[in-house]
Structure formats: C-alpha cells, structure tokens
Write a protein that binds this ligand. Sequence first.
Ligand SMILES: Nc1ncnc2c1ncn2[C@@H]1O[C@H](COP(=O)(O)OP(=O)(O)OP(=O)(O)O)[C@@H](O)[C@H]1O
Ligand SMILES: [Mg+2]
Length: 254
Amino acid sequence: MIEVRSLVKKIGAQEILRGVDLEVARGETLAIIGRSGGGKSVLLKHLIGLMKPDTGQIWVEGQNIIGMKERSLASIRQKVGILFQGSALFDSMTVAENIAFPLREAGERDPKLLRRRVTEILEVMELQGEEEKMPVNLSGGMKKRVGLARSIIRQPSCILYDEPTSGLDPIVSDSINRLIRRLQQRFGVTSIVVTHDMKNAFHVADRVAYLHEGRIYFHGTPDELRTSTDKLIQDFLLGRSEEQLTPKAFGVES
Ligand SMILES: Nc1ncnc2c1ncn2[C@@H]1O[C@H](COP(=O)(O)OP(=O)(O)OP(=O)(O)O)[C@@H](O)[C@H]1O
Ligand SMILES: [Mg+2]
C-alpha cells in the first residue's frame, strides 16, 4: 500500500530524515515510535505530499507521489486520510463544518447528505449533540475525536494517525485504540500510527518501526521489540535518558 525508499529531508541545516525505508502492506497497522523531534510528523507529512523530500521515493498504491501535480495529490489524499498531531481543526468552523469539510472539498454540496454523514460519524465518535460547538470550546479529547472524524469521513483506505491518544485519559485512549482496530478489521483500513505511548503501540500495531536519527533503526513485531536486547531500544522502552539533568544545571546544589 505504501512504500518509502531512501527518503532524505533537510530543513535548514538540520538533517531530519537520512534515508528512511518503510513498507506498509494493505490492511496492516504499523506503529512508528521514536524520540520527540525525531521526524515522525515530518515523515507522515511526506506520505500525503504536504512536504517534499530532497531525495527518495514514496509509492502509494503503486503510484510514485514525488513530483506529482496538486490535482493528482488530491486523489491520493482521498485514499489516505491523516489525523494531525494537535488535530488542526479550523477555528472559525463549527464541529459539523469541520467534519464535513473534506466532503465539501470533494464537491459534495447536498446539505441533507452532508448532515446525515456528519450525524453518523458523530455517533461513532460519541459526539452527539456537539455539532454546533466551536473548536475553542472543546476539550482536548473531543478535539481529537473531531479531527479523527474529519480524517475518516471520506472513508480512506489508509489512515495516518499522528499521536491519536496523547493527552487523553485512559478511557478515551482505549476507545480510540479500539476504533483504530475496528477500522482495520471491519474495513481493511491500512494504518500508520505515530505514538509515544508504548502501550498504545503494542495494542494496535501488527508491526513497529523505531525511527532513530533519521533512519528506521528497528523494524519488527511488538513481541520482537519487547524482547529486543538492543540497548537503544531498551532505553527507549524503559524511558531511560542518557544525560542526567542534575539539580546543578538549574543552579541548585544537590
Ligand atoms: N516546517 C518546519 N520548519 C522547520 N523545522 C521543522 C519544520 N517541521 C519540522 N521541523 C523540525 O523537524 C524536526 C522533527 O520534527 P517532527 O515534528 O517531525 O518531530 P516528531 O518526531 O514528530 O516529534 P514529536 O514526537 O515531539 O511530535 C524538529 O526539529 C522540528 O523542529
Ligand atoms: Mg510529531
């Protein structure tokens, strides 16, 4: 479904991606984990053509999207939905308008149909009765669910989730994880889930890729990751840092 080859991206002097290789099979869920600032969000943005690499290739359903015209990219974005980190809702639109946006963009104008589709998806997201609210008046978890509703309303065959559960309480996180699984099982949706949350990664993923210093450092099943004896992986899983922030660094004697 998605194939990434030797993807390189520099931003300014910073080498963010240094040759990323990645494959995601149809119907599979891949979790991408890695340190904060490591380039996970940058990688996802490349997959729908929102960022252009310096070199490398990205194939989506057999089409190379590098150098694609905006019109062809639009058809890729119909197949591949994205939930942005922080949800990226339009502040000046209501919940219902935000969710209907991708359908309008695709040329759908029938108000009845739009309303029906929005109502259906609000139910799935347990957001009934919230359609007229503005994003500023939503809780973090609600924003995330609205963003998710918007990213799946066009029934994409592949969904990219950027931190779908960060900042949410365990119950809402669990319901989002179940939804990700359900979309995979019921509709065969291919998914990439970027997450900090290892429990989340183990729960939803068929395979896990660890992005480290601009490359995929590890790639395997959740079990292989868990039982890996690699020190870098172990440190990441256990949340161990190398540099110690001593009280001295804050001008305080320990
Ligand atoms: N548009 C941009 N302009 C300049 N620098 C950018 C831009 N987008 C990302 N970066 C830089 O690229 C690096 C990787 O950022 P990215 O957001 O992909 O990290 P991440 O792995 O998603 O981190 P987190 O887990 O905290 O979300 C960071 O140093 C960031 O500052
Ligand atoms: Mg990110």
